[in-house]
Ligand binder design. Structure first.
Ligand SMILES: NC(=O)c1ccc[n+]([C@@H]2O[C@H](COP(=O)([O-])OP(=O)(O)OC[C@H]3O[C@@H](n4cnc5c(N)ncnc54)[C@H](OP(=O)(O)O)[C@@H]3O)[C@@H](O)[C@H]2O)c1
Length: 318
């Protein structure tokens, strides 16, 4: 594993990070999740990404991650990890259980620390931009999280380019620079190329790309229909059946051919394709098995693309 500097900060993150959005909830097999985290760490994945609402049930991924830490990562091993959590989406009933108020963010962070049994997280994110809360209030809450020692760094996620610029400037004034932006980015979802990546580069903020495999679409999983052991089939999965459209599968099949010629799986090529841009600090994958995790890590063996390959990929993605 190699480690990239996160923006202009002192923090290095692994090229591949592991997210616990799916496969780590109370509905999932605990031992499978535990094995994935252990294997990831053994392979040099030091960064684990959570959020208050990951499950289902919401909160259970943090609780399970806390148990995994207790079972396997006692003592100083915690110091070898970068653990992130977030608040922004609906977590509890009433007016204080979502969005970007100081009340919600600080309370939620306290709850997350309790669930994971941690003194601090490394990164605390505002999970989404809240148009109805002054940006100053949300950024003040992140600044407080860092100053109080409950988080080491502040991050934002799913913020549009303009609000990202404003948020980083407010945080800069507060003296808690924005470490990182977490944004959906894959061959299939490229909105961040329309301005956000430029803002991040300009402001010296790192970028971690989530759902880099488009929730599994950019793998060989859906080449021949929708298998039962897939996120699209899983009632708790966020990949909708209609997202596996004929038009998508047509592209997946064509991309898979290019990957084969590179002696890579499609998943490996999809990850390498993101990492070729040095503005991407890390790709934030999910995995439902140790086998998938290892397949994805092996993408690091071939990150280079020829101009012809890049061209062909562009033609398919058009
Ligand atoms: N900030 C945000 O708003 C936000 C939103 C979403 C996610 N995230 C973060 O990003 C992380 C990753 O998101 P994601 O899980 O959507 O990422 P992803 O890497 O695009 O999709 C992961 C899924 O793809 C399938 N897969 C992975 N590797 C495979 C392989 N080699 N071969 C075949 N199938 C493979 C598995 O699904 P199957 O179940 O089909 O096997 C796996 O669970 C999350 O855990 C979370 O930490 C953040």
């Amino acid at each position: 594993m190699e480690y990239n500097r996160c923006g202009k900060s002192g923090l290095l993150l692994p090229q591949i990070s592991l997210g616990l959005w799916h496969n780590f909830g109370s509905v999932d097999n605990f031992e499978n999740g535990e094995n994935i985290v252990k294997e990831a760490f053994d392979k040099g994945i030091t960064h684990f990404d959570l959020a208050n609402n990951y499950g289902p049930i919401p909160g259970s991924a943090e609780t399970n991650f806390g148990k995994i830490l207790k079972n396997n990562f006692q003592g100083n091993l915690r110091d070898e990890m970068v653990i992130a959590t977030k608040a922004g989406y609906k977590m509890w009933e009433g007016p204080y259980g979502e969005w970007g108020s100081r009340k919600y963010l600080v309370t939620s962070l306290n709850q997350s620390l309790k669930r994971m049994n941690l003194d601090y997280v490394d990164i605390f994110y505002s999970h989404r931009y809240d148009p109805n809360t002054p940006l100053e209030e949300t950024m003040n809450a992140l600044d407080y999280a860092v100053r109080s020692g409950k988080a080491l760094y502040a991050g934002i996620s799913n913020y549009p380019a303009e609000q990202t610029k404003q948020a980083t400037e407010i945080l800069q004034q507060l003296g808690t620079p924005c470490l990182i932006h977490q944004e959906k980015y894959s061959m299939f979802v490229r909105t961040c190329e329309e301005g956000l990546l430029d803002v991040l580069e300009d402001k010296g903020v790192g970028c971690i790309a989530f759902s880099p495999l488009a929730q599994g679409l950019l793998t060989d999983k859906y080449l021949k229909g929708i298998p039962e052991n897939s996120r699209a089939f899983n009632p708790n999965g966020h990949l909708q059946l209609d997202e596996v459209s004929d038009a998508k599968v047509f592209k997946i099949v064509a991309l898979n051919e290019i990957a084969k010629n590179r002696n890579q799986s499609l998943a490996q090529m999809a990850l390498a394709w993101l990492l070729k841009d040095n503005r991407i600090t890390s790709v934030l994958i999910g995995a439902s098995s140790v086998g998938q995790l290892n397949n994805n890590i092996d993408s690091l063996q071939n990150l280079a693309f020829t101009p012809d390959e890049l061209n062909e990929i562009e033609q398919i993605l058009k």
